[in-house]
Design a protein around this ligand. Structure first.
Ligand code: SF4
Length: 176
């Protein structure tokens, strides 16, 4: 038994005893914000930038970002790429298969508002928020990995304030 452990169990020795008081929400949110499992899913070129963010140079695994291949195990959906009208209902189905509390980052101009296709394309949806609620918008075509990481940091701030029995913050945040 090391010194700290033996001191902690010694009766009457209060100097080395440590007690942490917190709320259930704070404790759960600490876990949620530091182990964000995101759905492994992308629909266009922003997806390449998403993969780059997970690669060795940016390595966002160190922020607790772990890809999951099924929505049932994911907390976060990153919309990385163009969403067509045909695809939108599938995206909504995937979102609905995720357990609460769930979060959405809209990555790039296409997911945010249709991007370069918004004006003349008949098939592209002008913003994924027409189908699912978005927490964080990350602008750019494509956004750089730094911007996506900024988006995740902003999302962590939101998760930090999440209350299981309270009103959820729904006002979307746009990364500058
Ligand atoms: S925002 Fe740009 S990079 Fe991203 S999916 Fe659209 S066209 Fe591709």
């Amino acid at each position: 038994m090391n010194d700290i452990a033996s001191a902690a169990v010694k009766p009457g020795n209060h100097e080395d005893e440590q007690i942490i008081l917190t709320s259930v929400d704070d404790f759960l949110n600490w876990g949620r914000e530091n182990s964000l499992w995101y759905l492994l899913f992308a629909t266009a070129c922003c997806g390449i930038e998403l993969m780059q963010t997970g690669g060795p140079r940016y390595d966002w695994d160190r922020l607790g970002m772990i890809p999951r291949p099924t929505p049932r195990q994911a907390d976060l959906m990153v919309i990385a790429g163009t969403i067509t009208h045909k695809m939108a209902s599938r995206v909504k189905t995937l979102y609905e298969q995720m357990a609460e509390p769930r979060w959405v980052i809209s990555m790039g101009s296409c997911a945010n508002a249709g991007g370069p296709f918004s004006k003349f394309s008949y098939s592209v949806l002008n913003g994924v928020d027409k189908y699912i609620p978005v927490d964080i918008y990350v602008p750019g075509c494509p956004p750089r990995p730094e911007a996506l990481i900024d988006g995740v940091q902003a999302l962590k701030e939101r998760i930090h304030k999440y209350k299981t029995f309270g009103t959820r913050e729904t006002e979307p945040v746009t990364i500058q």
